[in-house]
Design a protein around this ligand. Structure first.
Ligand code: MN
Length: 213
């Protein structure tokens, strides 16, 4: 496969799907386009109460947020494998998005920043560290999260089950940050950005919508 020479940055073209799905004049979601290079990459987990409730797990890779929708949310228990469905790349600015996507729009519902922080790629192959794009193509990614709620090693594994290319599994690696008794999805429901729960953000969004704001 020919590798694109990255003059425009790897991110630009991969946001076409993101933009084509949305009316960004009507939705408060970010349009995308900013670039940020050189620092430790970010991750974010957004709780999204849409048609079906899920958590969006996003990793900064080459100027975009690689994204998976996790119906049950992440776990701190290494025995819990969580289905993570690959979705379209999102712009970096999306990591800060919290609010209400209006009815009738793609992803209509409420979003909060459930967890956020930095991550390190710790994927190896034959005992050598390999870059994220290669790890993603190979379908096995190991990362070390430094979030407010989630910490330590996590593995994202492409399942290729039933021919469904979108299905991955997110699982906690057994390390000192693993904890089978914690259940942060239940016990720590507030946004790490605003301190609000998804119900509070939805209520406020509904009010301002009615006022025409
Ligand atoms: Mn979502």
């Amino acid at each position: 496969m020919a590798k694109k020479s990255g003059k425009e940055g790897g991110g630009k073209d991969t946001l076409k799907r993101y933009r084509s799905k949305r009316d960004l004049e009507r939705s408060p979601e970010p349009k995308g386009g900013s670039k940020r290079k050189g620092r430790t990459p970010r991750f974010v987990i957004q709780e999204h109460d849409a048609r079906s409730h899920h958590f969006d797990f996003r990793l900064e890779v080459d100027g975009v947020l690689k994204s998976w929708a996790i119906p049950k949310g992440p776990s701190t228990d290494p025995r819990e494998k969580r289905l993570a469905i690959a979705v379209e790349d999102h712009p970096l600015e999306y990591a800060k998005f919290e609010g209400v996507i209006p009815e009738g729009e793609y992803g209509a519902g409420t979003v909060i920043v459930w967890d956020a922080g930095r991550y390190r790629n710790v994927t190896t192959e034959d005992d050598e560290e390999i870059p994220m794009d290669r790890a993603l193509r190979k379908g096995r990614v190991e990362i070390w999260l430094e979030g407010e709620k989630l910490e330590g090693g996590y593995a994202l594994i492409h399942t290729k089950m039933r021919g469904d290319e979108k299905n991955w599994i997110l699982v906690k690696v057994k390390d000192e940050k693993a904890d089978a008794r914690r259940n942060p999805v239940k016990s720590q429901p507030k946004s790490v950005r605003s301190g609000r729960t998804i119900a509070q953000v939805a209520r406020e969004g509904g009010k301002s919508g009615k006022n025409g704001a």
